[in-house]
Design a binder for this molecule. Structure first.
Ligand SMILES: *Cc1c(COP(=O)(O)O)cnc(C)c1O
Length: 433
């Protein structure tokens, strides 16, 4: 099926349509590469929570077992022995990690977890002065990001009440307009030190115009940072070309690398190569040539790339599933994933559009570039009952207070039939049962 004939005109609410889409889906084979939690009747459940915790790719287990076996077999010599020696292990993720976010090799490293990386990035990139000390974010902000930002402000003796700017949607609207973000930056262009936005908003699923906003922020002399927790593995990006200063993301949502997986971090080359920047250090950020001189090398000599921000030697058992998953992404390619994602999410929107708008209101933008996999559905009537019913029907999705159901059909393992089954439950509620 081509993009051209997959328009609202030819979409259909019939089950046969969903099955036909699956039969002609060039990516359909990848579903078999995942462990899909079984429903009570033994059938695979309809898993629409890939925006929260991606499913386990089967190669992840092999990668972990391989690391355990190497440890058993080689002990400390595993750092330099076996199929994937541990010492250079994180380099196995370098290219696949960089291509995921549109970065050059040397700009992306896999380390820590998201919030830790955000904290480390603010150590380097939030350098408030008397006149330029504010941080700009957008509403709604994920709590962990709020806590990291507020504690950094306190750490610098600043009061979030006047140092934190939150750009909000206009009255009656659900998502923030790009123009309003740009206007807010321009309005306080001399006072804002850091613009820190989510590439894809966790609550609304909105994709912000990262290129345009970065351009505005940079032209105002602000540092541009991105939280890509819901963007990485979901939509294609060009962090290097856009001139983003830094970005952080996790690998357990769309990137299927397991609960609490090791996270990603991007630092633009112009900064990554600058060894004079302030930072927190550890031996794995040190120049490898002198790293093992140990106590004979008391001065920290940072590497001239993003690896300089690594503190510790990486957790190999935790990196193993990330490696397996990123290899999978690299094999399929983001453009193919995005193409299917646009169709899959478009199909879901179409099915919701057949229901009563006074019951179900999709607050995620309709515009393709402004959304990824996720649709956030505002449920006007008995939202919790609907969510309970979805779960009872083996549809795995989440509920965000006060009345939003978030669903994310993901192109690697979800099918059109999954989306159809989900919509059946909504349709039953729509008829009032
Ligand atoms: C998922 C998510 C996090 C999670 O932070 P961790 O440090 O990985 O626990 C943080 N910020 C945003 C925006 C998220 O969506």
């Amino acid at each position: 099926m081509t993009e051209a004939n997959h328009t609202a005109r030819t979409l259909s609410v019939d089950e046969s349509f969903a099955l036909a889409c699956d039969a002609s889906d060039p990516l359909r084979g990848h579903r078999d590469q995942f462990e899909i939690p079984a429903a009570k009747d033994g059938r695979p459940s309809v898993y629409l929570s890939g925006n929260s915790l991606g499913l386990q790719p089967k190669p992840a287990r092999d990668a972990v077992v391989e690391a355990l076996d190497a440890w058993a077999r080689f002990g400390v010599a595993g750092h330099f022995s076996g199929k994937h020696p541990w010492y250079p292990y994180h380099e196995l993720l370098r290219e696949s990690g960089a291509s995921l976010v549109g970065a050059n090799v040397g700009e992306v490293v896999t380390m820590n977890s998201l919030t830790v990386n955000l904290d480390l990035m603010m150590v380097t990139f939030f350098q408030p002065t008397k006149s330029r000390f504010k941080i700009l974010m957008e509403y709604p902000v994920f709590p962990s990001d709020t806590y990291a930002v507020k504690t950094h402000l306190h750490h610098h003796g600043l009061d979030p009440n006047n140092a934190l700017i939150i750009v909000r949607p206009r009255d009656g609207e659900h998502v923030v307009r790009t123009d309003d973000i740009q206007a807010a930056i321009t309005e306080e262009s001399d006072a804002i030190a850091l613009v820190l936005l989510a590439g894809v908003n966790f609550f609304t699923g909105q994709v912000i115009d990262m290129a345009r906003i970065t351009e505005t922020a940079k032209s105002c002399g602000c540092v541009m940072g991105l939280d890509l927790a819901h963007a990485a593995g979901n939509i294609p990006m060009s962090l290097h070309d856009w001139g983003v200063d830094f970005a952080v993301w996790c690998h357990y949502k769309y990137l299927n690398s397991g609960p609490g997986a090791v996270a990603g971090c991007f630092i633009h080359e112009t900064h990554a190569q600058d060894t004079s920047l302030p930072r927190f250090g550890g031996w794995w950020g040190n120049d490898p040539d002198t790293r093992f001189r140990m106590h004979l090398q008391p001065e920290f000599v940072p590497r001239a790339d993003v690896d300089a921000w690594q503190l510790s030697n990486p957790p190999i058992l935790a990196l193993a599933p990330v490696r397996a998953s990123l290899e999978m992404f690299q094999g399929v390619g983001l453009p193919a994933l995005r193409e299917k994602s646009v169709r899959l999410t478009g199909y879901m929107q179409y099915l919701i559009d057949q229901l009563s708008p006074e019951r179900f209101e999709v607050i995620t933008p309709r515009d393709t570039p402004a959304r990824g996999c996720q649709l956030s559905i505002l449920v006007h009537d008995r939202p919790k009952a609907l969510h309970r019913d979805l779960l009872a029907n083996d549809i795995v999705c989440d509920f965000r207070e006060p009345n939003v159901v978030r669903v994310a059909p993901v192109p690697l393992y979800n099918s059109f039939h999954d989306v159809w089954r989900f919509a059946q439950v909504l349709a039953r509620h729509d008829r009032g049962s």
